[in-house]
Design a protein around this ligand. Structure first.
Ligand code: C2E
Ligand code: MG
Ligand code: MG
Ligand code: MG
Length: 271
């Protein structure tokens, strides 16, 4: 795996880079069939209300059960999927999976939402946006789409066209990894997101770093003034959760609350 899928190509020799490129091409071809072969799975990470501790929903995180390499994390194949049409098929498949989970939760008496990560290409493709809307039907309240600031900036015009269409069907929009991407406040205002997701690099240092505390507080205020709810990702301990709750952060996720888990395990948390 290490040969085929380097974590970073910054220090690779020319030979290793050729191997990596060949590995990417191979993975790209295999990924195309991974969905139909049923190799694409996902974990769910609970998202809770930081003050009450109430379960609000889950973020869906894709996993690939590769026949030879074993379970692959998204960093190993999402960037490759993004180079082809495969990303759209993957997103639509995962959105359908998330909506199916929501129906099960609703049948168990829990009104929860599922957050699905989308890439810039996805929202720039009007046919995919149509397909997501069609798959969602009357379940718009179940679905939140997470898009990074960087992705928004890659396709600002087309994303700005897609968002009102999704929103008209009750689908909500979250800006993921907020604070580390290349965003502008003008774009943020135009997107009018329903949620800002504070990047975990700020959350991790909140108890040790006065400047990170300042950034987190300012983000919470900015989100609220824009009418968005604010969620912190990467909460790893109780002290961080408590600080964020006091600072007015609405919701949170992190290993200290719950790690990403299989759908069946998430179902056991309900009720
Ligand atoms: P993200 O959307 O910011 O997802 C959060 C990542 O942080 C997840 O890693 C999650 O397992 C991890 N995480 C959660 N809590 C903690 C914590 O307390 N501490 C630490 N250190 N990490 C935590 P994962 O699953 O490896 O996903 C990485 C990235 O891959 C995601 O970042 C997202 O950008 C992308 N991704 C994941 N699933 C999908 C998908 O279905 N579609 C697309 N397009 N991208 C996806
Ligand atoms: Mg990971
Ligand atoms: Mg996310
Ligand atoms: Mg994130």
């Amino acid at each position: 795996v290490a040969d085929a899928i380097p974590a970073s190509s910054s220090r690779l020799t020319a030979g290793a880079m050729r191997n990596a490129a060949a590995g990417d091409t191979m993975l790209m071809a295999e990924l195309r069939d991974a969905i139909t072969r049923g190799e694409l799975g996902y974990c769910l990470q609970p998202k809770i209300d930081l003050r009450s501790g109430r379960l609000l929903g889950a973020e869906l995180l894709v996993r690939w059960e590769h026949p030879r390499f074993g379970p692959l994390e998204p960093d190993a194949f999402v960037p490759i999927a993004e180079q082809t049409d495969t990303i759209g098929e993957m997103t639509l498949y995962l959105a359908r999976c998330g909506l199916e989970q929501c129906r099960r939760w609703a049948a168990a008496g829990e009104r929860l939402h599922v957050s699905v990560n989308v890439s810039a290409n996805d929202l720039a493709d009007p046919r995919l946006v149509d397909a997501i809307i069609e798959a969602t039907g009357s379940q718009g309240h179940c679905l939140m789409l997470e898009i990074t600031e960087t992705a928004v900036m890659r396709e600002p015009e087309r994303v700005a066209v897609a968002l009102p269409r999704l929103r008209a069907h009750g689908i909500r929009i979250s800006v993921d990894d907020f604070g580390v991407g290349h965003s502008s406040l003008v774009n943020l205002r135009r997107l009018a997101p329903d949620e800002l997701k504070i990047d975990r690099s700020f959350v991790a240092a909140v108890l040790d770093s006065a400047s990170d505390r300042a950034i987190v507080r300012a983000t919470i205020q900015l989100g609220h003034e824009l009418g968005a709810s604010v969620v912190a990702e990467g909460i790893e301990d109780e002290a961080t959760r408590a600080w964020l709750a006091t600072a007015g952060c609405d919701s949170g996720q992190g290993f200290g609350i719950a790690k990403p888990m299989p759908a069946a395990r998430f179902m056991e948390l309900l009720g």
